[in-house]
Design a protein around this ligand. Structure first.
Ligand SMILES: Cc1cc2nc3c(=O)[nH]c(=O)nc-3n(C[C@H](O)[C@H](O)[C@H](O)COP(=O)(O)OP(=O)(O)OC[C@H]3O[C@@H](n4cnc5c(N)ncnc54)[C@H](O)[C@@H]3O)c2cc1C
Length: 441
């Protein structure tokens, strides 16, 4: 069999997977997109009520824009900030309505495994000439599809970190699962009844936590009896609220400033230095117990905003090489490691930095960042442009990566006590030059 006659398989029809599809279509490379949901962007639908902090000008992939504009689509105002729902409605749905993209989309397909056909991880002979085999679960049961290359754009949304501070579920966390919700519940809309007049804990300190805290503070002001406690691991809030007015994305800066404001004005109680060890559950309420024995609660609801991690299970028979700390692409790790900095920018990178020992296999999008929290769509769009150029044999275009991202305004070495641990040793890492000349340390 000639693998080059096979399609490229894109796993995940989120913004980055669909951008990969647009680039593949533009270059005339056959492809198929597998998506577990019954429509595109299943993850983004979960946070459809959340306003993006990047404006439209950052949120549309250039190849997708070219295809859409050729069909008569008019781009939204580049300075406006869409919600997740508007990103889907005004950009991703029109993109998949284009025949060249929509005809390649296979929804309701959960990818459960990617291998070299008939070959496990150990076998080397003939490996790079052997097609990839993608196993999916769907309405017709398990199916297998052969592909010449695989672009994994499955994100990290479905694998949240646990509440437990050590990265494992806290003792009792599973027992209290009915009270715990990962992500950013729509407390002012769809999920309001579950949160109004309740005692609510938000655990975590990133942008998702800030979003949840900001919305819950509004709910608390509108609905007496709603109490909000914000629980973070760091003992000094330090840079937790971001660069605020110094952030090059003003809406991202405003998010941190608003979160700080609702703490300062007492609507939200901030508990710092709290490393959750166990959760006790009684009478439909949960109390969090820290490693140092402190207790907070009881709570009726817990919002778990502790971040996400990549699901590597479906890749177990591929030769995948990720950073041991972040589980990100190895070359990116030193630039995005929150132990070191919180810049929000990353040097330009593409197919070369995203390659694995398994030729023809790439992890892109939010999943390429592993556990690191600062991924931006613009990064993913440039990643897939480079990867698809490489697959097309256009190595000059693949290497010519261009990416200048807006910084958070806190682009410095983080020396707060909670982050005083030594920077992980990555002496074996490939280093990527800081082409923008502005980031980091
Ligand atoms: C609340 C929130 C706000 C954000 N705001 C911004 C912002 O303002 N600006 C910005 O640039 N970035 C923002 N991001 C970061 C990032 O751009 C988004 O997370 C974005 O959705 C990542 O796109 P993706 O395509 O890599 O992954 P996802 O959007 O997560 O898409 C992955 C897709 O893969 C599918 N999938 C997963 N597993 C499988 C499987 N096994 N088989 C088949 N399909 C599968 C999913 O259903 C999903 O459709 C935000 C993130 C969050 C969570």
């Amino acid at each position: 069999m000639n693998p080059t006659a096979l399609p490229v398989a894109v796993i995940g029809a989120g913004p980055v997977g669909l951008a990969a599809a647009a680039h593949l279509h533009e270059r005339g490379i056959p492809f198929v997109v597998f998506e577990v949901g019954d429509d595109v962007a299943t993850s983004v639908r979960d946070w459809a009520h959340v306003q993006l902090f990047s404006p439209w000008s950052y949120n549309i992939d250039p190849a997708a824009r070219r295809l859409l504009e050729a069909s008569g689509w008019v781009a939204p105002d580049g300075d406006e900030h869409p919600t997740g729902g508007e990103l889907i409605e005004h950009y991703l749905v029109p993109l998949t309505s284009l025949p060249g993209i929509g005809s390649a989309l296979r929804t309701n397909r959960l990818v459960t495994g990617i291998t070299r056909a008939g070959t496990d991880k150990i076998t080397t002979a003939g490996r790079s000439e052997t097609p990839f085999q993608i196993t999916t679960e769907g309405p017709f049961g398990p199916e297998r599809t052969l592909a010449r290359a695989v672009i994994d754009a499955t994100g990290t949304w479905f694998t949240p970190n646990p509440v437990g501070a050590d990265g494992r579920p806290a003792i009792g966390e599973r027992h209290a699962a009915d009270l715990i919700e990962a992500g950013i519940p729509d407390v002012l809309g769809r999920d309001r009844r579950r949160y109004a007049r309740r005692r609510v804990a938000v655990v975590g300190s990133g942008h998702s936590a800030q979003n949840a805290v900001r919305d819950l503070a509004v709910l608390a002001e509108r609905t007496p009896g709603t109490e909000v406690t914000w629980i973070v691991r760091r003992s000094d809030p330090g840079q937790m609220f971001g660069g605020k007015a110094n952030d090059q994305l003003p809406e991202r800066g405003r998010l941190g400033a608003d979160a700080e404001h609702v703490v300062d004005n007492g609507v939200v109680q901030l508990v710092t230095g709290f490393r959750t060890d166990r959760i006790t559950y009684a009478s439909d309420q949960a109390t969090l117990v820290a490693v140092d024995g402190r207790q907070v609660g009881p709570f009726d609801r817990i919002v778990n905003a502790t971040g996400f991690r990549p699901d590597m299970a479906m890749l177990s028979e591929l030769r995948v090489d990720v950073d041991p700390v972040l589980q990100s692409a190895r070359a990116l790790a030193p630039m995005i490691d929150p132990n070191v900095h919180s810049c929000g920018s990353v040097p330009p990178h593409g197919a070369a930095e995203l390659a694995h020992p398994e030729p023809g296999f790439y992890i892109v999008g939010a999943k390429s960042y592993g556990r690191a929290p600062t991924f931006l769509l613009a990064t993913g769009y440039e990643q897939v442009r480079s990867v698809v150029a490489d697959l097309a044999g256009d190595h000059a275009a693949s290497k010519d990566v261009q990416l200048i991202l807006p910084e958070t305004g806190v682009c410095s070495l983080d020396r707060t006590p909670a982050h005083a641990a030594p920077v992980p040793d990555r002496t074996t890492l490939i280093t990527v030059p800081d082409a923008a000349g502005v980031c980091c340390n």
